[in-house]
Design a protein around this ligand. Structure first.
Ligand code: TA6
Length: 291
């Protein structure tokens, strides 16, 4: 499989394919100043390494997932075509089926500044009937920035109600030393308090488990500030009116079972989403982009 992909989609010095520690087929993308690794299963961005940064931009667990169907925790798992628990059927997996389904490479391209890879959901066997008309393409552009787009096409005959997220695990120096700017005064649903509505005051800081769905204006820009690494990571969104902020802290980390002893201290999830009340109606024949 690796050889076939290399022949069909490899780009000298810019796009290659290899196997990762879990035996997954991974697309390795190089652009001036950065490298990204994307597992074909789930179109799962596992790593984004910038030459001028000592650490990977994303956190990945050192442990294998408890549920072998799920990807190793970390990077950018794709939640699609629903976020969180499925509203119609509690037996369906949380966060949809994309992250546990195979994707195929559609195209790769490299120019002076950027390298692009496009993946399409190939294994549609886990899609519930209400979503069977939906196609998912994932566009990944690597350069001085990383841009990930979820492109949903409704090729069916019924309107689809879509929720989704780029469930990004950012790597940080320590959870006590980071804050998130850009959400001041935004309302949010607190998942730890029956999704009751509250309002953000000032930057988001972390002193215990946090699990919130913020309602935000379109075109939101957030900044993840790291006081130890003296670095700001800017997150710009399109096609989204909600943002999820999550840190499991100690007790939830134990329940998850694959965070390691202090994993929660080195990560924070800031998720570009259509979640909570931000439900996207995709009419037959229409396309929606979240990036
Ligand atoms: O995005 C936050 C969240 O919904 C949390 O409630 C927690 O469940 C997290 O996602 C991780 O979910 P996962 O299914 O990846 O373990």
């Amino acid at each position: 499989m690796i050889d076939g992909l290399q022949r069909a989609f490899g780009v000298t010095e810019r796009v290659g394919f290899e196997q990762d520690q879990d035996g997954q087929c991974v697309c390795v993308m190089h652009a001036p100043g950065s490298t990204a690794r994307v597992a074909l299963r789930g179109a799962h961005v596992q790593s984004w390494k910038c030459a001028d940064q000592p650490n990977d931009m994303f956190w990945m667990s050192s442990q294998r997932p408890v549920d072998p169907e799920k990807p190793r925790r970390g990077g950018i798992p794709i939640c699609w075509p629903w976020f969180g628990a499925n509203a119609d059927d509690a037996r369906l997996p949380a966060h949809g089926i994309a992250r546990s389904s195979d994707f195929e490479v559609v195209a790769t391209h490299a120019d002076d500044a950027r390298t692009t890879a496009v993946f399409r959901l190939k294994d549609r066997s886990k899609l519930p009937v209400m979503f069977e008309g939906c196609e998912l393409v994932v566009e990944i552009e690597l350069g001085r920035t990383l841009r990930v787009a979820l492109v949903t096409t409704n090729s069916g005959f019924d309107t689809v109600h879509l929720t989704q997220a780029l469930h990004t695990y950012f790597r940080i120096s320590d959870i006590a030393d980071v804050s998130i700017a850009g959400l001041d005064t935004s309302p949010y649903a607190d998942a730890l308090d029956g999704f009751s509505m509250k309002r953000q005051a000032g930057p988001v800081r972390f002193h215990s488990e946090v699990d919130r769905i913020y309602s935000v204006r379109g075109g939101l820009e957030l900044m993840l500030q790291d006081g130890v690494w003296k670095r700001g990571v800017e997150i710009a969104t399109e096609g989204s009116r909600s943002a999820v902020v999550w840190n499991p802290w100690i007790e939830k980390s134990k329940r998850l079972g694959d965070m390691g002893p202090d994993g929660y201290r080195q990560m924070v999830c800031i998720e570009t989403a259509n979640a909570g009340s931000d439900v996207v109606r995709v009419e037959p024949g229409n396309v929606h982009r979240l990036s």
